[in-house]
Design a protein around this ligand. Structure first.
Ligand SMILES: [Zn+2]
Length: 231
C-alpha cells in the first residue's frame, strides 16, 4: 500500500477503500471490508425486532473540522463531562480543549474516518420523532435505547464489533452507541502518526492550529490509543 493511500484511509480523505451502500434503506459509507459484517449485524437486529439506524458513519477530515470549529467557537453546544452546556466565551483555550476532547475527536484522529466505526440508535423512537442526542443516559435502563443496549451487550461481539469507548477504559466519554469493527479498526489505529496529523492540521482552517498541534502526541496517548481492550 502506498504511503499516500494509507494516509488517505487513516485521516479521513475520500479513498477507494470506501463504499457507499444501502442497508435497511439507509445510505451508508463504509470500508469495503465492513460492508458484510455491518449488513449482518443490522439484519439480525431487524430480525430481533430492534431495527436500528446508523446515525453517523464515515466522516471526512473536513466534516470533523466543521464539528470541531463550531464547538470551539460556541456555535454548537459544548458540554462538560456531566453533560451540562458550557459558556465557551468564559473558558480559556485549555479548558475548551479539555471539554472538546472528551466529546469530539481532533480532525484527522476520529475513528469515524476509518469506515469501521458507526453511531447507532433504535429506529422506533426516531420514527416517532425522537431526536437522538447521543448521551450515555439514553442507553441507561430508563433511556429510549435501553433494549438496544441489552442486545448489544449480549450479541455485538458475535459480529466482530465492539464498543471502544467504555467507562474506566477510554479517555473519551463512554459512548454506548459507538460501535467499531475491530479486525479493520485495529489495523487503522496502528497507522496513526502525530506528524501526519500535524501537517494536515497546519494546512486546514481550524482555529488555534498551533495550540492543537502542540498537544497532538499527548492527545493520541490519552484519547486515541486509550480505548477499551478488544473482546
Ligand atoms: Zn461515534
Amino acid at each position: 500500500m502506498s504511503n499516500a493511500h494509507s494516509k488517505a484511509i487513516v485521516y479521513g480523505m475520500p479513498n477507494s477503500d470506501l463504499k457507499t451502500v444501502e442497508i435497511n434503506g439507509q445510505e451508508i459509507t463504509v470500508h469495503k471490508e465492513v460492508v458484510k459484517p455491518l449488513t449482518q449485524l443490522l439484519g439480525q437486529l431487524d430480525n430481533d425486532g430492534l431495527t436500528t439506524n446508523v446515525v453517523s458513519h464515515w466522516r471526512s477530515f473536513d466534516h470533523q473540522c466543521s464539528i470541531w470549529t463550531a464547538k470551539w467557537q460556541g456555535k454548537r453546544t459544548l458540554l462538560d463531562r456531566n453533560e451540562c452546556p458550557l459558556q465557551t466565551e468564559a473558558l480559556s483555550n485549555e479548558q475548551k480543549f479539555d471539554a472538546l476532547c472528551f466529546w469530539s475527536a481532533i480532525p484527522g484522529l476520529s475513528r469515524h474516518h476509518w469506515g469501521t466505526d458507526f453511531d447507532i440508535f433504535l429506529a422506533k423512537p426516531m420514527a416517532e420523532g425522537y431526536q437522538p442526542q447521543l448521551i450515555p443516559s439514553e442507553f441507561s435502563s430508563e433511556g429510549p435505547a435501553a433494549s438496544l443496549e441489552v442486545w448489544l451487550d449480549k450479541h455485538l461481539t458475535d459480529y466482530a464489533f465492539y464498543r471502544p469507548y467504555q467507562d474506566g477504559f477510554s479517555g473519551v466519554s463512554p459512548e454506548p452507541w459507538h460501535i467499531s469493527y475491530y479486525p479493520v479498526a485495529t489495523e487503522m489505529l496502528k497507522k496513526v502518526e502525530a506528524t501526519e496529523v500535524a501537517s494536515l492540521i497546519k494546512h486546514s482552517k481550524l482555529p488555534e492550529k498551533n495550540f492543537i498541534v502542540e498537544r497532538l502526541e499527548r492527545y493520541i496517548a490519552d484519547y486515541v490509543e486509550k480505548v477499551a481492550p478488544l473482546p
